[in-house]
Design a protein around this ligand. Structure first.
Ligand code: HEC
Length: 473
């Protein structure tokens, strides 16, 4: 029954997509024709999307959301629910990574371009610099203008959808991974006992708050002073990291910190960079004097984004490494790593400008090493007074783990063993002892948010059993 529904649905989607693509192509063809015919230059201000096109794109997005929602309600409560979530996770994650690469790639490329321009030799008066490059079997030549060119070209490329789509897919991923599973992954009752809805509200609200604070800081007198701005900004960011770890599970706190920085980056593009560029293009077309503040401001925000990239990438990766968020002061690792990673970016930026800084790299490396050093596990598992038998361990695992990790989980959320890890027999427990050591004894990131209330003594017993060889005796 369900299969038939899905097939019909798929067929309908395919037809809708074909019709929409056909329509978009015809609109695009007309747009290209108007460029060839050299129509009004005002076209350049209206960037690539015309009204009807955005309408169609919005239609596609709503159709997709509608389809996903209806499939979700169809499979809700059946054994396919987890499967659907997993595939949504895969698809949305792939989109997020792909858009992110396109965005950050362009951002890195333009900072590189700015830093490596030839600004001296054989330049026409109107140019700020140029650059020759060879790539992918072709030779490229790029020129940067001091201000706007005398005539704005009709077909001007804007870089912005990469940023917007990265944010939209990232936000969707946040929902798929954390908000749909809020009670299991977002909230840790041992940290703060809140309802899923409150948690989601705080999460989303914090992104708005983060942007407002950052934007006000940029516009305040502090924004004019580089060093003061950096120090204040870093302190506020650490404050956010600290607060997140007091509200959410450590892993969710990390991703919220990254998502907050990512949202600031996109908001920079949406509220500052693109509007400034539009105003510049408009002034150039109307032959009005350019407000040089606009370009400078956009450039500064763009540079901030450049410094945010490595910390944000770290946050995304760290979610897969319990030794980072598993540390007892998770915000400290987050703070150290963010500062260290931004420092490395600073070194690279200086280097591209031909300024070889002596101390930026070593200090950044030291900070990163400090994060690795302090998060190293304390001596575990304390003292082992007696030999621990596999029976003692099995008893603990039965009590604290198999509600999730078994062929028939009894947990209220996990109906299928997470990561396929099932501790149904002593043999499996022994086979997985290294993973168990890491998650239960060292980083203490299992049981998930300590939902089953394991005690420190029980962790120590498991640790002792593994240190004594982890045998089946
Ligand atoms: C509330 C459900 C729940 C309980 C209880 C639980 N886990 Fe987990 N476990 C998960 C989830 C979800 C994951 C996957 C996400 C992650 O790795 O953080 C996981 C992952 C793991 C992994 C990593 C597997 C891999 O492939 O990397 C290990 C090892 C593990 N758990 C061991 C344990 C042990 C041992 C216990 C009991 C002391 C336990 N878990 C209790 C939900 C649970």
């Amino acid at each position: 029954m369900l299969g038939t529904y899905l097939l019909i649905l798929l067929f309908v989607i395919l037809i809708i997509l074909v019709i929409m693509t056909y329509y978009i192509r015809s609109v695009k063809d007309e747009h290209n024709k108007s460029i060839e015919m050299d129509l009004s230059p005002v076209d350049a201000v209206k960037d690539s999307l015309s009204g009807s096109q955005s309408f169609i794109y919005a239609g596609i997005v709503f159709t997709a959301v509608g389809i996903i929602a209806s499939v979700y309600f169809m499979v809700k409560g059946t054994q396919w629910e987890m499967h659907l979530m997993e595939w949504m996770n895969i698809i949305v994650r792939l989109m997020h990574i792909t858009f992110g690469i396109a965005w950050i790639g362009a951002s890195f490329y333009f900072v590189f371009l700015e830093n490596s321009l030839n600004r001296k030799k054989d330049l026409r008066d109107e140019l700020a610099g140029n650059l020759w490059a060879v790539h992918g079997g072709g030779f490229y030549y790029v020129e940067k203008y001091k201000t706007a060119p005398a005539k704005i070209p009709k077909d001007l490329h804007w870089f912005k959808y990469e940023a917007y789509f990265t944010w939209v897919s990232g936000f969707s991923l946040l929902f798929v991974v954390y908000y749909f599973n809020a009670s299991a992954l977002l909230i840790d009752k041992n940290i703060l006992d809140i309802t899923p809805l409150t948690g989601i509200g705080i999460g989303v609200g914090s992104f708005v708050a983060g942007w407002i604070v950052y934007d006000l800081l940029c516009k305040s007198p502090i924004g004019k002073k580089n060093y003061l701005f950096t120090v204040t900004g870093v302190l506020i960011a650490i404050g956010f990291a600290y607060l997140y770890t007091k509200v959410f599970s450590a892993r969710a706190a990390y991703i919220h910190f990254g998502a907050m920085l990512g949202s600031i980056m996109v908001a920079n593009v949406f509220f500052v960079i693109i509007p400034s560029q539009k105003a510049m293009v408009k002034a150039a077309i109307e032959n009005k004097p350019l407000n040089s503040e606009l370009g400078k401001n956009a450039g500064l925000r763009s540079l901030h984004n450049n410094y945010f990239t490595l910390p944000v990438l770290f946050v995304m990766i760290s979610n897969h490494f319990p030794s980072t968020f598993g540390y007892k002061y998770p915000w400290l690792i987050l703070a150290l790593f963010s500062i260290g990673a931004a420092g490395v970016k600073h070194y690279l930026n200086l280097k591209e400008k031909g300024q070889l800084s002596i101390w930026v790299m070593p200090i950044s490396a030291l900070i990163l090493l400090a994060a690795a050093f302090i998060s190293a596990p304390a001596k575990y598992p304390g003292e082992c007074k007696e030999t621990v038998s596999i029976n003692q361990v099995t008893e603990i695992v039965n009590k604290r783990c198999i509600s999730c990790h078994s062929s028939k989980p009894t947990d209220d959320f996990y109906k299928v063993a997470p990561n396929g890890v099932m501790f149904d027999s002593p043999e499996v427990i022994a086979a997985k002892k290294d993973l168990i050591l890491q998650r239960v004894v060292v980083t203490k990131t299992m049981p998930l948010n300590n939902k089953t209330n394991i005690s420190q003594e029980e962790r120590d017993l498991i640790g002792c059993w593994i240190m004594q060889g982890g045998s089946l005796k």
